[in-house]
Design a protein around this ligand. Sequence first.
Ligand code: MG
Length: 328
Amino acid sequence: MREFRYESYSRRFDRPLRTARGEWAVREGYLLRIREGDRVGYGEVAPLPEFGTETLAEAEAYLAALPAGGEWELPEHLRCCAFGMSAALAGLKGAMALPDRNFEVAGLLPAGEGAESVLEEKRSGGYDVFKWKVGVEAAAREMAVFERLTDRLPKGGRLRLDANGAWSLELLGEWLEFLKGRVDVVEFVEQPLAPGLEAEMMAARAESGIEIALDESLNGAGAARWLGEWPGVLVVKAPLMGDMARLQAQLEPVAERVVLSSVFETGIGFLNTLVLAGALPKLNFALGFDTLQFSDALGGRKEGAVIAASDLVALNPEEIWNANRHLS
Ligand SMILES: [Mg+2]
């Protein structure tokens, strides 16, 4: 008989995260645990409705109504629940092999001028790829900060600029013009325009020669289409994208252009995403997992420029499950 349990979690960011969408202060979601005999599988449901996923309330309604002991079908329309359940069920079957290699991590810089000192700190911690949120302050101001950031980059270092879909077509044009002479320090510009404007982004990418990555566009109505048709970089937030096994099959042919990226999940969602990373040997972009912005024990790992295979072995989902129960 299978025993299914879930627990909500609520985590306050040490400092609210500023993006083009505003400030984010508390991350909420659910941890899942399925047990059968002495085997246990863990999953996480971490919705981001602004990325087109189910809401917390919709996720909770699904989890609360799961019949005891059953053979559960993955809910197609609740992508975060489908990811969490698929991971927990695969874990129960012992089908969640940890990667046997290390992964580079991109350092996350705060929006605005605060990015400069954080870049220096992270540079000394060994990071050489950095992700910076743009579209938060006036463009002229951000361009000035960009110049100062590039002066502080380590040799060979590069920046990812993430606009979270906030730029206008005109602003994208201005930025690409500005970046033209600086292509060697730009890894890519991430989701400059809102979902639905993929044709415009594709044209801008081709014309400027500057790499443009899709993120939010991969979670909207056209998601599956753009995984197949976008010629550039794909930022994949696995916990928002449904059944893990299906996602793995979709990513295999494009893995060289995939950047696996965090949704500020706990160590359980992190571990499950890293299992996916291990199943995609062609992945080569630094992972977007510099996201330990909480003082609780639910991250289950230490910040660092490299995620080592040995760190993953040491990460114990049962400890995270218990730590959360003690918090609530
Ligand atoms: Mg993004």
